[in-house]
Design a protein around this ligand. Structure first.
Ligand SMILES: [Zn+2]
Ligand SMILES: [Zn+2]
Length: 118
């Protein structure tokens, strides 16, 4: 049976699509669909290694405003964590490169030894 139904949805504030918008700016309340969320919103993680419902979601306008005013306690807390995550990546990434190289050296020497005993 075919049936036409009218469905009320939260529509995206950024495009004219009729996709349901699941992402909301935590400051102005604008909604974004899945696609627009990628380009129009900024995500701020609530934990170094996890993402989840406590993550921050802000549209670019609000993000810049809050960045300038610095008067939003939660936003500032997100920024603090973000800078710690960046700091972690800055020192972890060279370490990762060096340890990969060391691992490859062992593999290389190991394989050479194996070949020479044959
Ligand atoms: Zn959209
Ligand atoms: Zn906003």
């Amino acid at each position: 049976m075919k049936k036409t139904i009218t469905k009320e949805i939260e529509a995206c504030d950024f495009c004219s699509g009729d996709k349901e918008a699941y992402h909301t700016c935590m400051k102005c309340g604008k909604k974004a669909c899945y696609n627009c969320n990628e380009h129009k919103f900024k995500k701020l993680k609530h934990a170094v290694n996890f993402q989840g419902s406590m993550d921050g979601t802000y549209c670019h306008n609000c993000f810049s405003e809050l960045l300038e005013s610095k008067d939003n306690e939660l936003f500032n807390a997100y920024l603090k964590l973000q800078s710690l995550i960046e700091e972690y990546n800055t020192f972890y990434s060279p370490w990762k490169t060096r340890s990969r190289r060391a691992e490859r050296d062992i593999e290389f020497i190991w394989n050479n030894r194996k070949n020479s005993t044959n």
